[in-house]
Design a binder for this molecule. Sequence first.
Ligand code: G4P
Ligand code: MG
Length: 179
Amino acid sequence: MDKYRFTYQDIHRTVRDLADHIVAGGYETDVIVAIGSGGFIPARMLRTFINRPILAVGIAYYDQNNQPTDNPRKVQWIEEAERELRGKRILLVDEVDDSRVTLEYCVRELMSHHPASIAVAVLHNKLKEKRGAMPPAVSMYLSGLDIEDKWVCYPWDAKDIDEHDREATNSRSPSGDRD
Ligand code: G4P
Ligand code: MG
């Protein structure tokens, strides 16, 4: 199998499992922060299980002149962040932990607003050497699934969702496991 393909159903179940683990781990969320755009739909699904407000942030790897850079920067941030975040228990949500660079950057930026705590939840964590590191201040890190370092096709990127779902189903062995 060259790529992973997940359906909306798969992702809904993964989000439900994540929510169960967050609650079982005793983490009480005040506010969900979604990293766009990949974290938007997972964050909304998570809100079905952990009903808290969602704040959106956007991080990019290009500079003001649209040139690619090695360092992430904020292209969308939280209005009145200090007021929204100070003393709050944040749950940071993204779809995939790949290099971890965006996640690390985002956690550090959020920490500068003095939240009470930050927990990180991702749908999928690629098992690989990471360029970024999870700051020790992160009180809980959860991934829905640990996966190999392969490209993940998400349903929201599909032009033809039925074809995407067929391919996702076909790439599973009869036992239901992924090849
Ligand atoms: P990380 O800290 O979360 O590991 O993110 P990293 O900077 O390594 O990721 C750079 C971009 O690449 C992110 O998108 C991330 O979602 C995307 N990405 C990495 N691996 C995969 C994958 O296997 N499948 C898909 N579909 N995307 C992947 P971004 O710049 O935040 O854009 P967006 O797509 O979330 O809007
Ligand atoms: Mg993303």
